[in-house]
Design a protein around this ligand. Structure first.
Ligand code: FAD
Length: 318
């Protein structure tokens, strides 16, 4: 691919866009981000967010991306200003989990099966282990600061078409999440709607996530004085408005599992659209004489995959 004096244009300032932009800017490239939303308004800001196994396709690449990301998050957790910490907790299910485990669990140094008495009532199987936990609003602000320190520029501006983007730059990185459906006309991109309730933390230190077969589950993720409660996943829903009935149901389900959550002070609800797609798309194509690198479709694991995908974006640019 040809060297260019024009800045690389990254579209999107969620976790994929910012991480890719940081990697490219720290390689010494001029990089501009154009984004329709501020980082704190994106789906990425609404995520819990845990690094964990990503049961997505293409499986070999996903394993590679999630592994690289684990190494980065583990390193970032040494600096509390990043918003990343290594936190103990449990992943539990109301059904038997069997013996097969995703390959990336070998990255969890202290992973072990829970004893029955460690599981909440109604749960029959589960694992305990320490995972990277990412406080997304703070972490996105950290990425913005790191990007700007490397000379990057962020412009709040929607990109109406790829033609508009390639008129501005010879290299474009498309990190538009669910927005890719419209921007590149990819009907395979579907929103998977999620809502979480943010409450004042009554002293919960460990994370909990229910491994559910359905669209409703119990989760809590502790960040300093906040606790993020979940969860729900609804295919095909585009609304970004929180639903009071969903928020109330999340609080009820969480309090059933953890009594300390029965009377918590609610700060608000957050909603995000997970960018669902049959496969994560990280690939380059030529368009209007420019190179467009696509990086979207990360479903419910975009944070967990972010560094691996960002490094691959940089490798594809060359
Ligand atoms: C409730 C919930 C909990 C989650 N928990 C986790 C978790 O624990 N761990 C995990 O790994 N993942 C989690 N996820 C998934 C994760 O949030 C997503 O996979 C990830 O945020 C996707 O990042 P992204 O940067 O691709 O997209 P987004 O964060 O959606 O960012 C897209 C960006 O593109 C911009 N954009 C779109 N179209 C255009 C356009 N035409 N012009 C200009 N800009 C445009 C947007 O404004 C935005 O800046 C969760 C998601 C939800 C909703």
């Amino acid at each position: 691919m040809t060297a260019s004096a024009k800045p690389v244009l990254v579209i999107g300032a969620g976790v994929q866009g910012l991480t890719s932009a940081v990697v490219l800017a720290e390689q010494g490239r001029a990089v501009r981000i154009r984004t329709a939303e501020r980082p704190g308004e994106t789906t990425s800001a609404a995520a819990g967010a845990l690094w964990g196994p990503a049961l997505l396709r293409p499986a070999d690449k996903v394993l590679h991306w999630v592994t690289r990301s684990h190494a980065e998050f583990t390193a970032l957790a040494r600096d509390e200003r990043t918003g990343v910490r290594l936190v103990p907790g449990r992943m539990a299910a109301r059904h038997p989990l069997g013996e097969a485990l995703p390959p990336e669990v070998h990255l969890i140094p202290d992973l072990r099966r829970c004893d029955r008495e460690e599981l909440p009532a109604g749960f029959v199987d589960g694992y305990a282990g320490t995972l990277p936990l990412i406080d997304m609003p703070g972490y996105l602000a950290y990425l913005v600061e790191r990007f700007r320190a490397a000379g990057g520029e962020i412009v709040l501006s929607g990109v109406p078409s790829l033609a508009d983007a390639t008129a501005e730059a010879d290299v474009v990185v498309n990190c538009t999440g669910v927005g890719a459906r419209e921007l590149v006309g990819d009907p395979g991109v579907q929103p998977v709607w999620g809502q979480q309730v943010v409450v004042r933390n009554p002293g919960v230190q460990d994370y909990f996530i229910e491994l559910s077969r359905g669209g409703e589950f119990v989760s809590w993720m502790p960040h300093a004085d906040r606790l993020v409660l979940g969860g729900i996943a609804v295919d095909g829903e585009w609304s970004r408005a929180p639903r009071p009935d969903v928020g109330a149901a999340i609080l009820h389900r969480c309090a059933e599992v953890e009594p300390r959550l029965a009377d918590v002070e609610v700060s608000g609800d957050v909603v995000g659209l997970r960018p669902g797609r049959e496969q994560v798309r990280v690939e380059a194509e030529e368009f209007n004489g420019a190179t467009v690198v696509h990086d979207y479709g990360h479903g419910g694991s975009g944070v967990a995959l972010s560094w691996g995908c960002a490094f691959e974006v940089a490798e594809l640019i060359g």
